[in-house]
Design a protein around this ligand. Structure first.
Ligand SMILES: Cc1cc2nc3c(=O)[nH]c(=O)nc-3n(C[C@H](O)[C@H](O)[C@H](O)COP(=O)(O)OP(=O)(O)OC[C@H]3O[C@@H](n4cnc5c(N)ncnc54)[C@H](O)[C@@H]3O)c2cc1C
Length: 281
């Protein structure tokens, strides 16, 4: 509620918070494994949290998808799964959504339904640069809007810093605690001439450790401003970003840092991912 600065729906936030513990237990029963530290769950302070409450699953969302698929298979007497199917538009019956038309293996398919629930994800691909999977195209928004649904909360897009090369991916906030050096393609420090008096790049990165998304509510904003300024001045790299040096972030260095946002636990996982994907490191 505090992070949303008055824009979050209190009832919805309360439902999410109240249901989280049972959902975690349910996922565990279904075989999803959450990271532990000693006898307890590993939890850390992720974006804008004032206390640690974020759990970690190795493999990100994939174990959740695998567990849910298994549960669906166990209910196959009641659930019909139609895979490899692209829904094109919704059918309107008596002023309500009454089914959909889809394309499956080149054939058009009409599906009648008493009710329609869309779970087609967000619309990250509407942006030229983004870190979303290729199928996050906003199809559900468009299909619902086309038959007269009102779209709400469209302004809640998370815009944040990511890697542009060797692949597009998220740059988690905790990594900033490692104080990486950021330079333009000519090797100049990108913060030069950007920071207000009294603010150092260390202050900016230290603040940004608390959250991934861009925020104008704290001094971390100067990080994105410095990066974008370098790009706007034509000093960005051929991949549309700036250069970041993480080579100093050895185990020894990272374990010597103060950790209140998860860098000790999370950085080795991120670094392992980068190494597996043969990032230059
Ligand atoms: C890089 C990155 C890192 C993230 N990290 C985290 C994190 O650490 N923790 C966290 O909680 N969240 C994280 N998120 C957010 C999280 O992944 C999403 O909020 C979540 O996956 C949304 O789930 P969803 O089921 O609503 O949509 P999705 O997972 O996007 O699923 C939508 C599905 O609908 C399908 N679809 C779309 N259009 C059609 C169509 N026309 N016909 C048929 N099928 C269609 C898509 O193929 C897809 O399978 C991250 C997101 C990104 C991009």
């Amino acid at each position: 509620m505090a992070a949303a600065q008055g824009t979050a729906d209190p009832a919805l936030a309360a439902i999410t918070a109240a249901n989280a513990p049972d959902t975690i237990r349910q996922l565990e029963e279904w075989g999803v494994s959450f990271d532990h530290e000693g006898d307890d769950y590993y939890i850390f302070k992720s974006c804008f949290s004032n206390s640690p409450r974020t759990h970690v699953i190795k493999g990100h969302g994939e174990p959740i998808i695998a567990a849910m698929k298994k549960q669906i298979e166990m209910r196959n007497d009641r659930i019909t799964v139609m895979d490899d199917l692209n829904v094109l538009y919704l059918l309107k019956t008596d002023g309500r959504a009454g089914g959909a038309v889809a394309c499956q293996k080149g054939e058009l398919l009409e599906i009648q339904a008493g009710a329609v629930v869309l779970a087609t994800g967000g619309s990250g691909q509407a942006f030229k640069r983004n870190m979303n999977p290729a199928d996050v195209t906003g199809d559900g928004y468009a299909m619902a809007y086309d038959i007269g649904a009102e779209l709400v909360n469209m302004e809640f897009m998370q815009i944040g810093m990511g890697f542009s090369w060797p692949e597009e991916n998220i740059f988690n906030g905790y990594i900033w605690e490692g104080m990486p050096r950021l330079t333009d393609r000519e090797g100049n420090d990108i913060f030069e001439g950007v920071l207000p008096d009294g603010l150092t790049e260390q202050d900016v990165m230290h603040e940004h450790r608390k959250h991934f998304p861009f925020s104008s509510s704290d001094c971390s904003q100067y990080l994105e401003i410095a990066v974008q300024r370098a790009i706007n001045q034509g000093k960005g790299t051929e991949h549309g970003g700036v250069l970041i040096d993480l080579t100093h972030m050895t185990d020894e260095y990272v374990s010597s840092l103060e950790d209140d946002c998860g860098i000790h636990h999370m950085w080795p996982i991120a670094r392992e991912y980068m190494r597996r994907r043969t990032w230059i490191f």
